[in-house]
Design a protein around this ligand. Structure first.
Ligand SMILES: C[S@@+](CC[C@H](N)C(=O)[O-])C[C@H]1O[C@@H](n2cnc3c(N)ncnc32)[C@H](O)[C@@H]1O
Length: 238
């Protein structure tokens, strides 16, 4: 693999220090299976949702967040005390259920997506999970839905998991609408390792590289890229 120069442009000193301290473990399939088994067990609702999604939409394999990421999302939502959350990219509802479960009874999740077909599955599973009262779905391009919201801070937590070329646009609409101390999560920020492969020139990988560099330069937040799933960036608005 030819190493992508963009990878060494950002966070240079931290990367050099990281190379001589302790690095994150590489996960073999066996180690990943072990890791998942040490987390909270998957309940019937989420297990059925994964199976039904695979059956209905086989071409969309890999769209849902993984079980450890789901549990992490629920825990983080709960630990943070978030009451108002927004999700960009709902698909069939896995991550939205994980977010909604972390919210209090009177908490709200605004779920944004373009697909009526995919989110119709989500609606059924929100009912089954007992979270449908917390979730409001808005269909349409997420950038337009975000721009139509009042400009003042209202969200405690945001989760971005839609088209990768759109991440910077979502970020710029979200940050001003986050309360101080609010948490932003962005999924797929390692692009299966392709972010550091210079031969990888697709728009979605370049979208993620640009997004990651955008965050490094953004002093409104403190952020870390976690090696969970396909890379999960966790940021806190100052
Ligand atoms: C990777 S999937 C989300 C998976 C979901 N978070 C989960 O865990 O099940 C990406 C979703 O983003 C949606 N999407 C793509 N482009 C979009 C856009 N411009 N506006 C809103 N949603 C979009 C797709 O319809 C799809 O449902």
């Amino acid at each position: 693999m030819t190493r992508c120069p963009a990878a060494s442009r950002t966070g240079d000193r931290g990367a050099r220090v990281g190379a001589v301290t302790r690095t994150t473990e590489s996960l073999t399939p066996e180690l990943y299976e072990y890791l998942v088994a040490q987390g909270a067990p998957l309940d019937d609702v989420l297990a059925d949702l994964v199976e039904e999604t695979a059956r209905l939409f086989p071409a969309s394999k890999g769209m849902q967040i993984g079980p450890e990421q789901g549990t992490f999302t629920t825990l983080l939502t709960r630990i943070s005390g978030a009451r108002s959350a927004v999700e960009i990219g709902t698909f069939t509802g896995y991550s939205s259920i994980c977010l909604a479960r972390g919210l209090p009874e009177d908490g709200t999740l605004l779920a944004l997506d373009v697909s009526d077909e995919w989110t119709s599955v989500a609606r059924r599973y929100w009912e089954r999970a007992g979270v449908s009262d917390k979730v409001e779905l808005r269909l349409g391009p997420a950038l337009e839905s975000l721009r139509a919201l009042p400009a003042e801070p209202r969200f405690d937590l945001a989760f971005i998991d839609a088209d990768k070329e759109g991440y910077i646009g979502y970020w710029e609409e979200l940050v001003p609408r986050m309360r101080p101390g609010g948490i932003l999560l962005a999924d797929n920020t390692l692009s299966h390792g392709r972010v550091v492969d210079a031969s990888e020139t697709s728009d979605h990988v370049q979208g993620i590289r640009d997004f990651n560099a955008h965050l490094v330069a953004d002093d409104r937040v403190t952020q870390v890229l976690l090696p969970i799933g396909d890379g999960l960036t966790l940021a806190r608005k100052k």
